[in-house]
Design a protein around this ligand. Structure first.
Ligand code: RNT
Ligand code: ZN
Length: 418
């Protein structure tokens, strides 16, 4: 790309935004601080490293597609993540699931996992200045069944309680290692396919399991709870529903995870920001793209994510929100999937940061509805893309579609040979 042209376009855009009362430099500085927690599981279709080929994916989630080149081991996954981040402006985090530990040749069951299995990751994290986040993993295991932490069988329940406790300890070690709290998400698939009568009972068990898991206090990790509406094969009942999780988080001061694919199709994830943030300390986001269901398509710049970002900025809540991605598309180049999704999320956030919100509020507060709608409509065509290009240029990553040949080259030389 012609740098001079980009500079010129940016200068004009900055002036145009100044007319609307917006300082583009401020917006760029704020975007620079936005760290995205990149989900490691896009690189290998959520398989992990517990066994050589990875376990079959269970727990009501599904990857579709068999594009060649998925990461088959920790070295390939690390290389892919670094390749992706070289094309994503800014500094980001990596979100690991427990099944991505380095277990060696010995079988390490989930109730046996410890920080030692993540030593390599912590060292890698220091080397690359990429803080880690973490997740318990209740799916893809012989004891997953339909119920894990809410299972009436005490043996199975205790197994998952032990797993979750150990994960919190690992997360705390990660936080100490990076001198920045590790955000640990807890999502369990628990639910049932058909009409369920003991709804109250399983939720009561889930609550008491959580109480037990969270009994230990840690300084360098933060707990999040993620709700869901339904999973594949678990269509009629989800133990960790929205109300359950928000209720639990509100009562116990935990972080609530909004996964944008986990609500009814016409329900707005964005509207939850101002509702939930009044009652929970912080939010974690799993930015995803549901197509007809929680299909986890690659995130693109769309109204859903734009609204979500705008609600965060309008609520002045940027420092109370952890921004993560959660999708897994196995039908296209997986590094490309990371780059498209992360950049799309950043584009949405940039536009939120460039919104002439003071003027919009003025209109709203004085009852000028037409003016508010007109400005909301006009802001869509303000020259935000020139600001975005400048962000990429300053961060020394490809501008515009220039990342396409770069990913094609990596595919030719690396992933297609796997
Ligand atoms: C599943 C949840 C969960 C997973 C990942 C792999 O519906 O969104 O967050 O996608 O943890
Ligand atoms: Zn999620």
């Amino acid at each position: 790309m012609n740098e001079q042209l980009l500079e010129k376009a940016y200068a004009i855009a900055a002036e145009r935004y100044a007319e609307a009362g917006i300082d583009t430099e401020k917006a760029l500085a704020r975007l620079q601080k936005m760290a995205i927690s990149l989900h490691c599981w896009q690189a290998d279709d959520v398989r992990g490293f517990e066994s050589a080929g990875g376990e079959d994916l269970t727990g009501g989630i599904q990857t579709t597609g068999n594009y060649p080149g998925r990461a088959r081991n920790v070295d390939e996954l690390r290389a892919d993540v670094l390749k992706a981040t070289s094309m994503i402006p800014g500094h980001h985090r990596l979100n690991l699931h427990e099944i991505y530990g380095e277990f060696g040749t010995r079988k390490v069951d989930r109730d046996q996992v410890g920080p030692e299995h993540f030593e390599g990751w912590m060292q890698w994290s220091r080397e690359h200045g990429m803080p880690l986040d973490f997740n318990t993993t209740s799916f893809s295991h012989p004891k997953s069944g339909d119920l894990s932490l809410s299972n009436p069988d005490k043996g199975i329940r205790d197994f998952w309680i032990e797993h979750s406790k150990r994960c919190r300890n690992i997360a705390n070690e990660m936080g100490r290692n990076q001198n920045d709290p590790c955000i640990m998400n807890l999502w369990v698939h628990d639910g049932s396919k058909d009409i369920t009568v003991n709804r109250y009972k399983y939720r009561e068990l889930f609550r008491s399991s959580l109480d037990e898991i969270f009994a230990t206090k840690y300084d360098m990790m933060k707990d999040c709870l993620e709700s869901k509406t339904f999973g594949i094969g678990l269509e009629s009942y989800t133990v960790g529903s929205l109300e359950f999780c928000v209720g639990y988080c509100a009562q116990h001061g935990k972080i609530y995870t909004i996964d944008t694919g986990h609500y009814h199709p016409t329900e707005s994830a964005a509207d939850k920001v101002s509702s939930v943030l009044l009652f929970v300390p912080e939010l974690m986001l799993h930015v995803s793209r549901p197509v007809r269901w929680d299909s986890d398509h690659v995130v693109i710049m769309n109204d859903d994510i734009m609204d979500l970002c705008k609600e965060i900025i309008r609520a002045d809540a940027l420092d109370r929100v952890h921004f993560g991605l959660d999708y897994f598309d196995a039908s296209i180049n997986r590094i490309g999937a990371y780059v498209i999704g992360a950049r799309a999320a950043q584009k949405c956030m940039l536009q939120a940061l460039l919104e002439p919100v003071a003027r919009l509020r003025e209109y709203e507060e004085s009852g000028r509805g037409f003016q508010r709608l007109a400005l909301l409509e006009e802001e869509k065509t303000l020259p935000w893309s020139a600001v975005w290009d400048m962000f990429c240029l300053r961060n020394e990553v490809p501008v515009g579609e220039d990342f396409i040949p770069e990913i094609e080259r990596y595919e030719r030389e690396v992933t297609s040979r796997r």
